[in-house]
Write a protein that binds this ligand. Structure first.
Ligand SMILES: Cc1cc2nc3c(=O)[nH]c(=O)nc-3n(C[C@H](O)[C@H](O)[C@H](O)COP(=O)(O)OP(=O)(O)OC[C@H]3O[C@@H](n4cnc5c(N)ncnc54)[C@H](O)[C@@H]3O)c2cc1C
Length: 408
Protein backbone atom coordinates (compact mmCIF):
# COMPACT_ATOMS: atom_id res chain seq x y z
CA UNK A 1 0.00 0.00 0.00
CA UNK A 2 1.14 3.54 -0.79
CA UNK A 3 2.19 5.03 2.56
CA UNK A 4 1.50 8.65 1.45
CA UNK A 5 -2.18 9.74 1.11
CA UNK A 6 -4.06 13.03 0.80
CA UNK A 7 -5.79 12.41 4.10
CA UNK A 8 -5.61 9.77 6.82
CA UNK A 9 -8.55 9.22 9.15
CA UNK A 10 -7.77 7.10 12.21
CA UNK A 11 -10.91 5.21 13.30
CA UNK A 12 -13.54 3.84 10.91
CA UNK A 13 -16.46 4.55 13.24
CA UNK A 14 -19.31 7.01 12.82
CA UNK A 15 -17.42 10.31 12.57
CA UNK A 16 -14.46 8.93 10.59
CA UNK A 17 -16.64 7.36 7.90
CA UNK A 18 -19.13 10.24 7.68
CA UNK A 19 -16.23 12.64 7.19
CA UNK A 20 -14.64 10.49 4.49
CA UNK A 21 -18.00 10.08 2.74
CA UNK A 22 -18.75 13.82 2.80
CA UNK A 23 -15.27 14.71 1.55
CA UNK A 24 -15.60 12.30 -1.40
CA UNK A 25 -18.95 13.72 -2.45
CA UNK A 26 -17.69 17.30 -2.43
CA UNK A 27 -14.12 16.75 -3.67
CA UNK A 28 -13.68 14.44 -6.68
CA UNK A 29 -9.86 14.65 -6.46
CA UNK A 30 -9.34 13.49 -2.88
CA UNK A 31 -8.05 10.06 -1.81
CA UNK A 32 -8.35 8.96 1.81
CA UNK A 33 -6.80 6.19 3.91
CA UNK A 34 -8.85 5.01 6.90
CA UNK A 35 -7.01 3.01 9.56
CA UNK A 36 -9.15 0.91 11.89
CA UNK A 37 -8.11 -1.16 14.92
CA UNK A 38 -10.95 -3.70 14.62
CA UNK A 39 -11.67 -6.19 11.85
CA UNK A 40 -14.47 -4.24 10.11
CA UNK A 41 -15.47 -0.69 9.35
CA UNK A 42 -18.54 0.93 11.00
CA UNK A 43 -18.79 -1.62 13.85
CA UNK A 44 -22.20 -3.00 14.74
CA UNK A 45 -24.40 -0.11 15.88
CA UNK A 46 -27.59 1.85 15.37
CA UNK A 47 -27.49 5.64 15.56
CA UNK A 48 -30.69 7.66 16.01
CA UNK A 49 -31.39 11.36 15.76
CA UNK A 50 -34.13 13.96 15.36
CA UNK A 51 -34.22 14.99 11.70
CA UNK A 52 -34.49 18.59 12.93
CA UNK A 53 -30.99 18.29 14.52
CA UNK A 54 -29.51 18.22 11.01
CA UNK A 55 -29.00 21.41 8.99
CA UNK A 56 -31.50 21.33 6.13
CA UNK A 57 -28.85 21.48 3.39
CA UNK A 58 -27.54 18.07 4.61
CA UNK A 59 -30.92 16.27 4.51
CA UNK A 60 -30.59 14.90 0.97
CA UNK A 61 -27.00 13.84 1.48
CA UNK A 62 -27.75 11.89 4.68
CA UNK A 63 -30.86 10.13 3.37
CA UNK A 64 -29.04 6.95 2.13
CA UNK A 65 -27.72 6.48 5.69
CA UNK A 66 -31.24 6.43 7.16
CA UNK A 67 -32.56 2.90 7.63
CA UNK A 68 -35.80 3.79 9.47
CA UNK A 69 -37.78 7.00 9.83
CA UNK A 70 -40.87 7.90 11.88
CA UNK A 71 -42.90 11.11 11.68
CA UNK A 72 -43.32 11.48 15.47
CA UNK A 73 -42.51 9.88 18.81
CA UNK A 74 -43.87 9.51 22.35
CA UNK A 75 -42.55 10.39 25.79
CA UNK A 76 -44.14 9.09 29.01
CA UNK A 77 -43.73 10.28 32.60
CA UNK A 78 -45.80 9.59 35.73
CA UNK A 79 -47.69 12.89 35.21
CA UNK A 80 -47.28 13.51 31.47
CA UNK A 81 -47.72 11.59 28.23
CA UNK A 82 -47.15 13.28 24.94
CA UNK A 83 -46.57 12.71 21.22
CA UNK A 84 -43.99 15.04 19.69
CA UNK A 85 -44.34 15.83 16.00
CA UNK A 86 -40.59 15.63 15.43
CA UNK A 87 -39.37 13.26 12.70
CA UNK A 88 -37.03 10.64 14.17
CA UNK A 89 -34.46 8.65 12.16
CA UNK A 90 -32.15 5.70 12.68
CA UNK A 91 -29.13 4.72 10.62
CA UNK A 92 -26.96 1.69 11.25
CA UNK A 93 -23.63 0.08 10.50
CA UNK A 94 -24.97 -1.60 7.33
CA UNK A 95 -26.27 1.64 5.83
CA UNK A 96 -23.06 3.49 6.79
CA UNK A 97 -20.93 0.80 5.12
CA UNK A 98 -23.16 1.00 2.02
CA UNK A 99 -22.63 4.79 1.84
CA UNK A 100 -18.84 4.47 1.61
CA UNK A 101 -18.64 1.17 -0.33
CA UNK A 102 -18.68 2.81 -3.83
CA UNK A 103 -15.59 4.81 -2.81
CA UNK A 104 -13.84 1.66 -1.58
CA UNK A 105 -14.72 0.00 -4.92
CA UNK A 106 -13.35 2.95 -6.91
CA UNK A 107 -10.09 2.87 -4.90
CA UNK A 108 -10.46 6.42 -3.55
CA UNK A 109 -11.10 5.11 -0.03
CA UNK A 110 -8.41 2.73 1.15
CA UNK A 111 -9.09 0.82 4.35
CA UNK A 112 -6.52 -0.73 6.63
CA UNK A 113 -8.18 -3.05 9.17
CA UNK A 114 -6.84 -4.73 12.33
CA UNK A 115 -4.30 -1.92 12.64
CA UNK A 116 -3.96 -0.03 15.90
CA UNK A 117 -2.52 3.45 15.63
CA UNK A 118 -0.34 4.43 18.58
CA UNK A 119 0.97 7.88 17.55
CA UNK A 120 -0.59 10.68 15.58
CA UNK A 121 0.70 14.07 14.44
CA UNK A 122 -0.63 16.50 11.87
CA UNK A 123 0.91 14.73 8.85
CA UNK A 124 1.68 11.16 9.92
CA UNK A 125 0.60 8.23 12.04
CA UNK A 126 2.51 5.31 13.53
CA UNK A 127 0.96 1.88 14.02
CA UNK A 128 1.69 -0.45 16.92
CA UNK A 129 3.89 -2.52 14.64
CA UNK A 130 6.02 0.59 14.05
CA UNK A 131 4.88 1.29 10.49
CA UNK A 132 4.53 4.96 9.52
CA UNK A 133 1.92 6.39 7.15
CA UNK A 134 2.10 9.99 5.91
CA UNK A 135 -0.56 12.38 4.58
CA UNK A 136 -1.17 16.06 3.95
CA UNK A 137 -3.80 15.95 6.69
CA UNK A 138 -4.54 13.51 9.54
CA UNK A 139 -7.82 13.36 11.48
CA UNK A 140 -8.18 11.50 14.77
CA UNK A 141 -11.58 9.76 15.06
CA UNK A 142 -10.67 7.10 17.64
CA UNK A 143 -13.70 7.52 19.90
CA UNK A 144 -13.99 8.70 23.50
CA UNK A 145 -10.98 9.70 25.60
CA UNK A 146 -11.30 11.24 29.11
CA UNK A 147 -9.99 14.77 29.63
CA UNK A 148 -8.98 16.36 32.96
CA UNK A 149 -10.65 19.63 31.97
CA UNK A 150 -14.03 18.04 31.28
CA UNK A 151 -16.26 16.96 34.23
CA UNK A 152 -18.75 14.23 33.50
CA UNK A 153 -21.84 12.35 34.53
CA UNK A 154 -22.91 9.30 32.51
CA UNK A 155 -25.76 8.00 30.43
CA UNK A 156 -25.53 4.23 30.42
CA UNK A 157 -27.78 1.68 28.84
CA UNK A 158 -28.31 -1.89 27.75
CA UNK A 159 -30.44 -2.61 24.69
CA UNK A 160 -32.08 -5.80 23.40
CA UNK A 161 -33.36 -6.08 19.85
CA UNK A 162 -36.27 -8.49 20.05
CA UNK A 163 -38.15 -10.40 17.38
CA UNK A 164 -41.73 -11.11 18.36
CA UNK A 165 -43.88 -13.95 17.08
CA UNK A 166 -47.00 -11.75 16.77
CA UNK A 167 -46.86 -8.06 15.65
CA UNK A 168 -45.89 -6.04 18.74
CA UNK A 169 -48.34 -3.21 17.97
CA UNK A 170 -45.95 -0.34 18.84
CA UNK A 171 -46.25 2.06 15.92
CA UNK A 172 -43.79 4.82 16.76
CA UNK A 173 -40.73 5.20 18.97
CA UNK A 174 -41.15 5.74 22.69
CA UNK A 175 -38.06 7.87 23.27
CA UNK A 176 -38.49 7.99 27.03
CA UNK A 177 -40.79 5.87 29.15
CA UNK A 178 -39.95 7.22 32.60
CA UNK A 179 -43.00 5.67 34.27
CA UNK A 180 -40.67 2.83 35.28
CA UNK A 181 -39.21 2.51 38.80
CA UNK A 182 -36.29 4.92 39.27
CA UNK A 183 -32.95 3.45 40.43
CA UNK A 184 -29.92 5.56 41.41
CA UNK A 185 -30.52 8.26 38.79
CA UNK A 186 -32.85 9.21 35.96
CA UNK A 187 -34.10 5.95 34.44
CA UNK A 188 -36.20 5.48 31.33
CA UNK A 189 -36.88 2.79 28.75
CA UNK A 190 -36.46 3.54 25.04
CA UNK A 191 -38.39 1.54 22.44
CA UNK A 192 -37.62 1.71 18.74
CA UNK A 193 -40.01 -0.36 16.58
CA UNK A 194 -37.96 -1.17 13.45
CA UNK A 195 -40.63 -3.40 11.90
CA UNK A 196 -43.97 -4.92 13.00
CA UNK A 197 -42.08 -7.72 14.74
CA UNK A 198 -38.64 -6.23 15.51
CA UNK A 199 -37.96 -3.68 18.18
CA UNK A 200 -35.05 -2.28 20.19
CA UNK A 201 -35.87 -2.04 23.91
CA UNK A 202 -33.22 -0.14 25.85
CA UNK A 203 -33.04 0.49 29.60
CA UNK A 204 -31.20 3.78 30.27
CA UNK A 205 -29.80 5.45 33.41
CA UNK A 206 -28.40 8.95 33.97
CA UNK A 207 -26.05 8.33 36.87
CA UNK A 208 -22.97 9.83 38.49
CA UNK A 209 -20.68 6.85 37.83
CA UNK A 210 -19.96 4.80 34.68
CA UNK A 211 -20.37 1.27 36.17
CA UNK A 212 -22.89 -0.78 34.22
CA UNK A 213 -24.55 -3.77 35.93
CA UNK A 214 -25.45 -5.60 32.82
CA UNK A 215 -27.15 -8.69 34.25
CA UNK A 216 -29.45 -6.65 36.49
CA UNK A 217 -30.41 -4.45 33.56
CA UNK A 218 -30.97 -7.49 31.31
CA UNK A 219 -33.47 -8.76 33.89
CA UNK A 220 -35.25 -5.37 34.07
CA UNK A 221 -35.61 -5.27 30.28
CA UNK A 222 -37.23 -8.71 30.41
CA UNK A 223 -39.64 -7.46 33.12
CA UNK A 224 -40.48 -4.33 31.10
CA UNK A 225 -41.24 -6.34 27.95
CA UNK A 226 -43.55 -8.63 29.93
CA UNK A 227 -45.21 -6.13 32.30
CA UNK A 228 -45.32 -2.90 30.25
CA UNK A 229 -45.49 -4.18 26.66
CA UNK A 230 -47.43 -7.36 27.48
CA UNK A 231 -45.20 -9.56 25.32
CA UNK A 232 -44.15 -13.09 26.11
CA UNK A 233 -43.36 -14.71 22.79
CA UNK A 234 -40.12 -13.27 21.43
CA UNK A 235 -36.41 -13.92 21.07
CA UNK A 236 -33.53 -11.50 21.65
CA UNK A 237 -31.67 -11.28 18.33
CA UNK A 238 -29.10 -8.60 19.21
CA UNK A 239 -27.75 -6.85 22.31
CA UNK A 240 -25.91 -3.57 22.79
CA UNK A 241 -24.57 -1.56 25.66
CA UNK A 242 -23.20 1.94 25.99
CA UNK A 243 -21.76 4.34 28.53
CA UNK A 244 -21.90 7.86 27.11
CA UNK A 245 -20.30 10.98 28.58
CA UNK A 246 -22.69 13.70 29.80
CA UNK A 247 -20.84 16.98 30.30
CA UNK A 248 -21.42 18.82 33.58
CA UNK A 249 -18.62 21.38 33.24
CA UNK A 250 -15.69 22.30 31.02
CA UNK A 251 -12.73 24.33 32.19
CA UNK A 252 -12.67 26.25 28.92
CA UNK A 253 -9.53 28.29 29.68
CA UNK A 254 -7.43 25.31 30.74
CA UNK A 255 -8.85 23.33 27.84
CA UNK A 256 -7.80 25.92 25.29
CA UNK A 257 -4.33 26.32 26.81
CA UNK A 258 -3.64 22.57 27.16
CA UNK A 259 -4.93 21.66 23.77
CA UNK A 260 -2.54 20.56 21.06
CA UNK A 261 -4.39 21.93 18.04
CA UNK A 262 -2.19 20.02 15.60
CA UNK A 263 -4.18 16.98 16.80
CA UNK A 264 -7.36 17.29 14.80
CA UNK A 265 -9.82 15.31 16.88
CA UNK A 266 -13.27 14.71 15.46
CA UNK A 267 -16.31 12.79 16.71
CA UNK A 268 -16.76 12.04 20.36
CA UNK A 269 -12.95 12.21 20.86
CA UNK A 270 -13.02 15.94 20.03
CA UNK A 271 -15.93 16.51 22.44
CA UNK A 272 -18.40 16.78 19.55
CA UNK A 273 -21.52 15.36 21.16
CA UNK A 274 -24.66 16.87 22.67
CA UNK A 275 -23.84 17.62 26.33
CA UNK A 276 -27.18 16.29 27.60
CA UNK A 277 -28.11 13.41 25.28
CA UNK A 278 -24.50 12.23 24.71
CA UNK A 279 -25.50 11.69 21.04
CA UNK A 280 -22.88 12.62 18.48
CA UNK A 281 -24.44 11.98 15.11
CA UNK A 282 -25.63 15.54 14.34
CA UNK A 283 -22.27 17.04 15.34
CA UNK A 284 -20.43 14.41 13.32
CA UNK A 285 -22.42 15.42 10.22
CA UNK A 286 -21.86 19.10 10.79
CA UNK A 287 -18.09 18.68 11.33
CA UNK A 288 -17.85 16.41 8.27
CA UNK A 289 -19.51 19.13 6.23
CA UNK A 290 -17.25 21.88 7.58
CA UNK A 291 -14.09 19.87 6.86
CA UNK A 292 -15.25 18.99 3.39
CA UNK A 293 -16.15 22.66 2.63
CA UNK A 294 -12.74 23.83 3.80
CA UNK A 295 -11.03 21.27 1.59
CA UNK A 296 -13.15 22.29 -1.43
CA UNK A 297 -12.10 25.90 -0.93
CA UNK A 298 -8.53 24.74 -0.38
CA UNK A 299 -8.50 22.98 -3.78
CA UNK A 300 -9.49 26.30 -5.37
CA UNK A 301 -7.28 28.62 -3.32
CA UNK A 302 -4.17 26.51 -2.57
CA UNK A 303 -4.03 23.61 -5.04
CA UNK A 304 -0.54 22.72 -3.75
CA UNK A 305 -2.01 22.10 -0.24
CA UNK A 306 -5.82 22.03 -0.19
CA UNK A 307 -5.78 21.12 3.53
CA UNK A 308 -4.18 24.41 4.59
CA UNK A 309 -7.39 25.82 6.10
CA UNK A 310 -8.08 22.81 8.30
CA UNK A 311 -5.64 23.92 11.00
CA UNK A 312 -7.24 27.34 11.27
CA UNK A 313 -10.80 26.12 11.52
CA UNK A 314 -10.23 23.45 14.17
CA UNK A 315 -9.69 25.66 17.22
CA UNK A 316 -12.58 27.91 16.20
CA UNK A 317 -14.99 25.02 15.73
CA UNK A 318 -14.04 23.29 18.96
CA UNK A 319 -14.01 26.40 21.15
CA UNK A 320 -17.32 27.45 19.56
CA UNK A 321 -18.81 24.04 20.38
CA UNK A 322 -17.90 24.26 24.08
CA UNK A 323 -19.08 27.89 24.33
CA UNK A 324 -22.36 26.96 22.71
CA UNK A 325 -23.01 24.20 25.24
CA UNK A 326 -22.61 26.29 28.44
CA UNK A 327 -26.35 26.40 29.07
CA UNK A 328 -26.72 22.65 28.48
CA UNK A 329 -23.97 22.01 31.02
CA UNK A 330 -25.82 24.18 33.54
CA UNK A 331 -28.93 22.03 33.02
CA UNK A 332 -26.82 18.90 33.53
CA UNK A 333 -25.54 20.25 36.85
CA UNK A 334 -29.16 20.81 37.89
CA UNK A 335 -30.04 17.27 36.81
CA UNK A 336 -27.06 15.50 38.35
CA UNK A 337 -26.21 17.65 41.38
CA UNK A 338 -29.26 19.70 42.36
CA UNK A 339 -31.94 17.01 42.02
CA UNK A 340 -32.09 13.86 44.15
CA UNK A 341 -31.21 10.82 41.96
CA UNK A 342 -34.72 9.30 42.14
CA UNK A 343 -36.31 12.73 41.55
CA UNK A 344 -34.32 13.58 38.41
CA UNK A 345 -37.19 12.47 36.18
CA UNK A 346 -39.23 15.49 37.37
CA UNK A 347 -36.89 17.85 35.51
CA UNK A 348 -37.50 15.99 32.26
CA UNK A 349 -41.23 15.67 32.99
CA UNK A 350 -41.43 19.44 33.27
CA UNK A 351 -39.18 20.01 30.22
CA UNK A 352 -41.42 17.87 28.00
CA UNK A 353 -44.33 20.17 28.83
CA UNK A 354 -42.66 22.91 26.76
CA UNK A 355 -43.42 23.60 23.08
CA UNK A 356 -42.35 21.30 20.19
CA UNK A 357 -40.34 24.20 18.73
CA UNK A 358 -38.37 24.72 21.93
CA UNK A 359 -37.70 20.97 22.25
CA UNK A 360 -36.46 20.85 18.64
CA UNK A 361 -34.15 23.80 19.29
CA UNK A 362 -32.93 22.18 22.51
CA UNK A 363 -31.77 18.98 20.75
CA UNK A 364 -30.30 20.97 17.83
CA UNK A 365 -28.51 23.12 20.47
CA UNK A 366 -30.04 26.24 18.94
CA UNK A 367 -31.84 27.58 22.01
CA UNK A 368 -32.78 31.24 21.89
CA UNK A 369 -32.46 33.48 24.93
CA UNK A 370 -36.22 33.34 25.52
CA UNK A 371 -36.12 29.51 25.36
CA UNK A 372 -33.52 29.48 28.13
CA UNK A 373 -35.71 31.74 30.24
CA UNK A 374 -38.72 29.47 29.58
CA UNK A 375 -36.71 26.43 30.72
CA UNK A 376 -35.55 28.09 33.94
CA UNK A 377 -38.64 30.00 35.11
CA UNK A 378 -41.56 28.58 37.06
CA UNK A 379 -41.70 26.33 40.09
CA UNK A 380 -38.29 24.62 40.14
CA UNK A 381 -38.33 20.80 40.32
CA UNK A 382 -35.11 20.99 42.42
CA UNK A 383 -34.34 22.70 45.78
CA UNK A 384 -33.45 26.36 45.11
CA UNK A 385 -30.43 26.27 47.44
CA UNK A 386 -28.91 23.32 45.57
CA UNK A 387 -29.68 24.94 42.21
CA UNK A 388 -27.86 28.12 43.24
CA UNK A 389 -24.94 26.13 44.66
CA UNK A 390 -24.40 24.43 41.29
CA UNK A 391 -25.12 27.47 39.12
CA UNK A 392 -21.56 28.76 38.63
CA UNK A 393 -19.48 26.51 36.38
CA UNK A 394 -16.22 27.98 37.72
CA UNK A 395 -17.12 27.31 41.37
CA UNK A 396 -18.29 23.81 40.43
CA UNK A 397 -14.96 23.05 38.73
CA UNK A 398 -13.03 24.35 41.74
CA UNK A 399 -14.95 22.01 44.05
CA UNK A 400 -14.57 19.05 41.68
CA UNK A 401 -10.82 19.58 41.36
CA UNK A 402 -10.49 19.82 45.16
CA UNK A 403 -12.48 16.58 45.55
CA UNK A 404 -10.31 14.83 42.96
CA UNK A 405 -7.14 15.90 44.78
CA UNK A 406 -8.57 14.66 48.09
CA UNK A 407 -9.47 11.28 46.58
CA UNK A 408 -6.00 10.74 45.11
C1 LIG B 1 -24.35 1.40 21.99
C2 LIG B 1 -24.30 2.87 21.60
C3 LIG B 1 -25.41 3.45 21.02
C4 LIG B 1 -25.37 4.81 20.65
N1 LIG B 1 -26.46 5.34 20.06
C5 LIG B 1 -26.39 6.60 19.58
C6 LIG B 1 -27.49 7.14 18.87
O1 LIG B 1 -28.53 6.49 18.73
N2 LIG B 1 -27.36 8.40 18.34
C7 LIG B 1 -26.22 9.12 18.48
O2 LIG B 1 -26.11 10.24 17.95
N3 LIG B 1 -25.20 8.66 19.23
C8 LIG B 1 -25.24 7.41 19.76
N4 LIG B 1 -24.20 6.93 20.46
C9 LIG B 1 -23.10 7.84 20.83
C10 LIG B 1 -22.10 8.12 19.70
O3 LIG B 1 -22.76 8.68 18.60
C11 LIG B 1 -21.39 6.89 19.23
O4 LIG B 1 -20.60 6.44 20.28
C12 LIG B 1 -20.56 7.12 17.97
O5 LIG B 1 -20.26 5.87 17.42
C13 LIG B 1 -19.30 7.93 18.23
O6 LIG B 1 -18.67 8.14 16.98
P1 LIG B 1 -17.10 8.28 16.88
O7 LIG B 1 -16.76 8.25 15.44
O8 LIG B 1 -16.64 9.42 17.67
O9 LIG B 1 -16.51 6.97 17.60
P2 LIG B 1 -16.73 5.46 17.19
O10 LIG B 1 -17.91 5.29 16.32
O11 LIG B 1 -16.66 4.68 18.46
O12 LIG B 1 -15.45 5.13 16.30
C14 LIG B 1 -14.15 5.04 16.80
C15 LIG B 1 -13.41 4.03 15.94
O13 LIG B 1 -12.01 4.15 16.19
C16 LIG B 1 -11.44 2.85 16.27
N5 LIG B 1 -10.22 2.96 17.06
C17 LIG B 1 -10.10 3.20 18.40
N6 LIG B 1 -8.80 3.26 18.76
C18 LIG B 1 -8.07 3.06 17.62
C19 LIG B 1 -6.69 3.03 17.33
N7 LIG B 1 -5.78 3.19 18.30
N8 LIG B 1 -6.30 2.83 16.06
C20 LIG B 1 -7.20 2.66 15.07
N9 LIG B 1 -8.56 2.69 15.28
C21 LIG B 1 -8.97 2.89 16.53
C22 LIG B 1 -12.55 2.02 16.95
O14 LIG B 1 -12.36 0.64 16.72
C23 LIG B 1 -13.79 2.59 16.27
O15 LIG B 1 -14.11 1.92 15.08
C24 LIG B 1 -24.20 5.58 20.86
C25 LIG B 1 -23.10 4.98 21.46
C26 LIG B 1 -23.14 3.65 21.84
C27 LIG B 1 -21.93 3.04 22.49
Amino acid sequence: MNTQSDMIIVGAGLSGLLTAWRCFDANPEIEILVIEASGRIAGDHTWSFNLTDIPEHLNDWISPFIAYQWSCYDVKFPKRERTLEIPYCTGNSDTLRACVQPHINSGRLKVLLNTKVTKIDSTSVMTETGRRYGAKCVLDARGFKPNDNVFLGYQKFVGHVIKTVEPHGIERPIIMDATVKQFGGYRFVYCLPFTDTEMLVEDTYYTDGPELRRQEIDARIKDYIRDNLGMYDYEVIQREKGVLPITLAVDENAFDNDRDWSKREIGIRGGFYHAISGYSLPDALIIADIISEEISEGFEDYPENPFKNIDTIFPAVQIGHFENERFLRLLNRMLFRAAKPEGRYKILQRFYGLSDGLIKRFYANELKRRDKVRILIGKPPVPVSKALYNFSEKAFIKRERAARTQNQ
